[in-house]
Design a protein around this ligand. Sequence first.
Ligand SMILES: O=C(O)c1ccccc1NCC(=O)[C@H](O)[C@H](O)COP(=O)(O)O
Length: 307
Amino acid sequence: MGEVTIRRRPPHGLETQPCGPHAFRVGGLPEENKPQNILEEIVWWKAREVEVMRDKQPLAMLQALAKKMDPPRDFRGAVLAKANETGRPGLIAEVKKASPSKGVIQPDFDPVRIAQAYERGGAACLSVLTDAKFFQGSFQNLTRIRAAGVQCPLLCKEFIVEAYQVYKARASGADAILLIAAVLPNADLAYFMKAASNLGMTCLIEVHTEGELARVLQLPGVENHLLGINNRDLGTFKVDLNTTKRIMDSEWGQQVKDRGIVMVGESGIFTPEDVAFVKQAGCGAILVGESIVKQGDPEAGVKALLA
Ligand SMILES: O=C(O)c1ccccc1NCC(=O)[C@H](O)[C@H](O)COP(=O)(O)O
């Protein structure tokens, strides 16, 4: 049920292994050593990236930094408060320069200016992409946004495959992290949720299928975090808002509603009608990037979306 669909590493390790003056390949078909889709490519790259980061900044150093940070803000509480105040889903507005599906979305990208505009426009929380290779983001963007006095809680939008990244998020000022069910089995999800909770952070646990939702609903303490349905298939890039409706109409979606879990509708939300559609499907929050970040005036973009 809801098995992990993304392979975390190439099945046969590196495609070729150096051995003296020779290079040889360890078993398997060459095509098995190629990522099957973009999410797999990102995750394979991420594993190497974390190794390099750990060499430069060991975990103990990061943990010491994380300890010194101001306490995290209540991400889930901020979403709920904004939804109660406005009667609309709480907006998690994404600071997003580029993406694998769209290339550069906002060439005139000033993360602090965009974050401040989102906050003035009425966002409940912000999502900050930190991946550099595929999204042109950075952990410095998180730090700079927090240092600029933005009050909204911040989600570190990263592809987490190691606990190291949870500490990196906290040490960079994040209040919440993203965990993707297609990438992580429940044992890893539970472990990262525990690491995040110990740091006082919230998790946004993202699914794309009914099977993944059924699986993550078994996680202990999931009610204290947020669940999200990504309308974008991260393998094919196809975006379909009906994904949210279909999953929320399933028996697992009913369980989300019965247990009072906050569900976030993610990706492909462009108009007030889209917002109304995912609200009607049962979402208490929305995560929006492209439609607001590409506006010349992101504050007006947020206001128009929530109108
Ligand atoms: O946005 C992509 O192209 C993408 C590709 C591969 C993995 C993840 C990707 N996006 C992450 C997201 O989920 C979105 O940034 C987020 O939900 C906002 O989506 P949108 O409003 O459609 O920009």
